[in-house]
Write a protein that binds this ligand. Structure first.
Ligand SMILES: Cc1ncc(COP(=O)(O)O)c(C=O)c1O
Length: 396
């Protein structure tokens, strides 16, 4: 048996590759500081776990409706109303096995082979792979400034084959957040075409310094019938392992996505859905606690990185990543004689020689940068940054 052409085209995840390599070194007894993780370091709040335990005790262990249990779709509709001032009915919402699965269903149900998708650089790796799996083409959009695209970026890049824009604000890996005016500018350009939008809003609850984030559909209601909102409980409630994400969009597309899901995974895990209802409807205190912790870590890490010669780091307004420009270190040699000439070689030597794991920027389509997640405790962040500082000081 041979691996299919389709599967051969899938690149391994660079984020997972670095995490796995760090794990191997850790298992050998080395003290590795990991800035690779794309998940909050906090445990899932107790009241959410208890809801799942209770449902298990009551025997809620069978198939559910493919599209998700009604109480969860109602809780999602209520959240969209309360948080985003958007009206979605339960048949415009599909619950899937994580937001990644929601994205996959969405791309599969709107893209035909040969279609083009505008994907702003730097982008989260899975968009690129999922789009290409559909036989569609990624049009990587270079940001105009501040790592953001504008309406003119779309006007410049679109062709008659361009079907979609993927928007991710707050953004992984940069942490940038589009303002309402910026979203309006982008939305206006979309309205001049018959393109649709996939709006990945999974980091919406993590913004800082009073920066507000809203859905592009809230800002431009005219886009509602051509936008699929993607969100989930993974990041906001530290529930990455539970695998609950959702899509909200036009009824016919949500129905098609449900059909696809019915023949692939069926329903997301029954008791994880019950936990997600509790997450959305229960106390939101843990979200604020996490946000405050991330804020303190962000302020520390950005300041500390900017004190290292050759590293420039903008202050991100959202998510839990920093994306410093490290190209000032390229062309230098480590104390062990290894030449650093790109984000891959920098990440590899940082891990091997300084025992710090960061994700190379080329995994996101931008080689001058690396990504550090600050979803780890402040003591580890301090230790990791000290190691990077010492590593850089010894470069020749
Ligand atoms: C931008 C973005 N979208 C979606 C996801 C996937 O979320 P989930 O774990 O719910 O599949 C991630 C996870 O890293 C992400 O960074």
């Amino acid at each position: 048996m041979e691996v299919s052409q389709r599967a051969k085209g899938i690149a391994p995840s660079a984020t997972l590759a670095i995490t796995n390599k760090a794990k191997v070194l850790k298992s050998q007894g080395l003290d590795i500081v990991g800035f690779g993780a794309g998940e909050p370091d906090f445990d899932t709040p107790l009241h959410i776990k208890e809801a799942a335990c209770e449902s298990l005790k009551q025997g809620f262990t069978k198939y559910t409706a493919t599209e998700g249990i009604v109480p969860l779709r109602k809780a999602i509709a209520a959240k969209l109303k309360k948080r985003n001032n958007l009206d979605y009915s339960t048949d415009e919402i599909l619950v899937s096995c994580g937001a990644k699965h929601s994205l996959y269903n969405a791309f599969m149900c709107v893209l035909n082979p040969g279609d083009e998708v505008i994907l702003p650089l730097p982008y989260w790796v899975s968009y690129d792979e999922q789009i290409r799996l559909c036989g569609a083409r990624v049009i990587a959009a270079k940001p105009e400034s501040n790592l953001k695209i504008t309406g003119d970026t779309i006007r410049r890049l679109r062709t008659p084959n361009t079907k979609l824009l993927v928007l991710n604000s707050p953004n992984n890996p940069t942490g940038i957040v589009y303002s309402e005016d910026e979203l309006r500018d982008i939305g206006q350009a979309i309205l001049e075409t018959d393109m649709g939008v996939i709006s990945d809003e999974i980091y919406e609850d993590f913004t800082y310094d009073g920066v507000k984030v809203n859905s592009i559909v809230t800002v431009m209601p005219e886009l509602k019938d051509r936008t699929i909102i993607i969100n989930g409980v993974s990041k906001t409630y530290s529930m990455t392992g539970w695998r609950i994400g959702y899509a909200a969009g036009p009824k016919d597309i949500i129905k098609a996505m449900g059909n696809l899901q019915a023949h692939s995974t069926s329903n997301p895990t029954s008791f994880a859905q019950v936990a997600a209802v509790q997450a959305l409807e229960g106390s939101q205190e843990s979200v604020e606690m996490m946000r405050n912790a991330f804020l303190e870590r962000r302020d520390y890490i950005v300041k500390a990185l900017n004190e290292i010669p050759g590293i420039k780091c903008d202050m991100p307004a959202g998510a839990f990543y920093v994306f410093p420009n490290v190209s000032g270190l390229y062309g230098k040699t480590t104390s062990k004689g290894t030449l650093i000439n790109d984000s891959q070689s920098l990440s590899a030597t940082l891990l091997e020689e300084a025992f710090v794991a960061v994700v190379p920027g080329d995994a996101f389509g931008t080689d001058e940068y690396v990504r550090l997640s600050y979803a780890c405790d402040l003591a580890s962040i301090k230790k990791g940054i000290n190691r990077i500082e010492e590593f850089v000081r010894k470069l020749r």
